[in-house]
Design a protein around this ligand. Structure first.
Ligand SMILES: Cc1cc2nc3c(=O)[nH]c(=O)nc-3n(C[C@H](O)[C@H](O)[C@H](O)COP(=O)(O)OP(=O)(O)OC[C@H]3O[C@@H](n4cnc5c(N)ncnc54)[C@H](O)[C@@H]3O)c2cc1C
Length: 485
């Protein structure tokens, strides 16, 4: 049974210690019975919890501290100084446990048909995209259900939940590389340590992976010395190059008789839908939505090496600005998405189009403000800092809304912009001289055995719902590590 008690976990000897039991966490490593793998996860196991497993109930687990780290950005000057709420899943499965289930390699052509609001049961087109819902059980398929649950009998895989990793400890080798020896963690208010014979694998996600690197002494020397942290490896790219997809929601009133997610506020309707869901052939909650579809001052504090990498990214992005690559994405939500300043009439029905922008030029940072990993990092995505981002997001909104008043749309976007929850890039796989943090084999520069395996390593935001990449990273990482073992 992989989920074990603190005593059992501490008594074990591990070849690999994985920090964070989230989407990309490489439990695949334990396919080899000769190695022992220990996974340390801060949250709990949500197997069987309807707020996780029933797709249509997903909204229940965002902004809820039981499931969500509930991060907020620093005030964003280009969107009226608002602090943007940024969810991250806390528990086995990580953000795949709480995401909005859109699963696709690429965007399909935009389709603005309003038919999708007719019912809860929106059937995605499997030829181009889909949702991570198990078609047989109509429950959420996420990394804990797909990777961990089928392997509960493995003796060489142990998982400790409700355990928070505080830092990684290193030993300097003769070849000048640092060897990750152990992690310090806190469980039940007790501070403990777990050693790894071979490797430590950091899978804590885009905000917390760079945080753990910095508190462990890997990062920008100046930043670390300001916080009295000994700098073991001067790696200025840690926490830089943060990118995210962003959106503006457009709410439209629809036919009163259509069923939307708001119907579930009515206890009778909730009961009825629950009964329907529980019957074998009507799985309406299986679907919740379908996909239809810098300014110079921002870089003042960016280390020169990180700027090199960003310039190279812009060269690549330049080739994407053509008539083939989409820059916008429209997601239909069958119900009301909260929009600042809009007071809905409870007797009316609404649907929302989320107009998203997928190739942002703005770059931000995520850095520690304390030596203590339990203090949330400062998240500064610099949303819309590059005027082209504002322009393209406005165009996407205008396309969806068929609205031409430019000034009003610009104000609307600044007032309503939110995150799509796809942060990447703060521990990028790039050359070290370009601000990279890990090499192509996922090893952190300057270390012999610390790898990062999560969405923080993606150097350039791409046009996809990024959980697909998280799974690909986890799979590929297991292959790389097995080959180099
Ligand atoms: C609300 C929301 C909606 C989304 N919707 C979609 C969508 O529809 N489609 C899509 O493709 N993508 C979506 N995403 C994005 C996608 O789910 C994430 O980008 C992806 O799952 C991130 O995977 P990861 O492995 O990088 O990190 P995560 O899956 O977040 O894993 C990180 C894990 O590390 C743990 N952890 C962190 N710090 C510590 C510590 N110090 N000690 C111990 N454990 C720690 C966390 O608890 C977590 O389990 C959404 C994300 C959110 C939050």
């Amino acid at each position: 049974m992989p989920i074990v008690s603190k005593a059992t976990f501490l008594a074990a000897k591990f070849d690999y210690v994985i920090i964070g039991g989230g989407t990309a966490a490489s439990v695949k490593l334990s396919e080899d019975p000769k190695v022992t793998v220990g996974v340390i996860e801060a949250g709990v196991d949500y197997a069987g919890d309807p707020a996780v497993t029933i797709p249509g109930m997903m909204a229940l687990n965002t902004r809820n501290p039981r499931y969500d780290w509930e991060f907020y950005t620093e005030p964003q000057v280009h969107v009226q100084n608002r602090k943007i709420q940024s969810s991250r899943g806390k528990g086995l499965g990580g953000s795949s446990m709480q995401n909005f289930l859109a699963f696709g390699e690429n965007l399909c052509p935009i389709n603005l048909s309003a038919d999708v609001a007719k019912d809860f049961a929106v059937v995605p087109d499997p030829s181009s995209h889909g949702m991570n819902v198990d078609p047989k059980t109509a429950t959420r398929s996420y990394s804990a259900s797909a990777y961990l649950a089928p392997n509960v009998e493995r003796n060489n895989l142990l998982v400790l939940t409700e355990a928070f990793v505080l830092k990684v400890r290193f030993e300097k080798q003769e070849n000048n590389l640092h060897r990750a020896e152990a992690v310090d963690l806190v469980v039940d208010d007790e501070q403990l340590s777990v050693e790894a014979n071979k490797e430590i694998i950091l899978c804590a996600g885009t905000f917390q992976a760079p945080q753990l690197l910095e508190v462990s002494g890997i990062g920008n020397r100046d930043l670390l010395s300001n916080l009295s942290i000994e700098c073991l490896i001067d790696l200025p790219g840690v926490g830089e190059n943060l990118q995210d997809h962003m959106l503006s929601p457009i709410v439209v009133q629809i036919d009163q008789n259509m069923l939307t997610v708001e119907s579930l506020r009515d206890p009778e309707q909730l009961k009825l839908q629950q009964e329907l869901y529980d019957t074998a052939n009507v799985k309406r909650w299986a679907a919740s939505a379908t996909i239809e579809a810098s300014s110079p001052e921002a870089f003042v504090k960016t280390p020169p090496s990180a700027l090199n990498g960003i310039k190279k990214q812009y060269e690549i992005m330049r080739t994407w600005i053509d008539s083939i690559h989409p820059l916008g994405q429209l997601l239909n939500l069958n119900g009301l998405f909260p929009v600042l300043g809009f007071i809905p009439d409870p007797s009316k029905r609404y649907m929302t189009m989320l107009a998203a922008y997928i190739h942002p030029l703005s770059r931000g940072t995520v850095h520690i403000t304390s030596k203590d990993a339990q203090v949330p990092p400062a998240i500064q995505p610099n949303y819309l800092a590059n005027p082209a981002d504002l322009d393209i997001l406005c165009k996407t909104v205008k396309f969806a809304y068929k609205r031409s008043d430019c000034e009003q749309v610009t104000r609307y976007v600044q007032e309503t912009m939110l995150t799509v929850h796809h942060p990447v890039g703060a521990a990028s796989m790039m050359p070290r001289e370009d601000g990279g943090v890990i090499d192509p084999s996922l090893l952190v520069y300057g270390t012999s055995n610390l790898r990062v395996v999560d969405c923080s390593i993606i150097p350039l935001e791409i046009s996809c719902n990024i959980q697909t990449l998280a799974y690909a990273i986890g799979e590929k990482a297991a292959d790389i590590i097995k080959q180099t073992a």
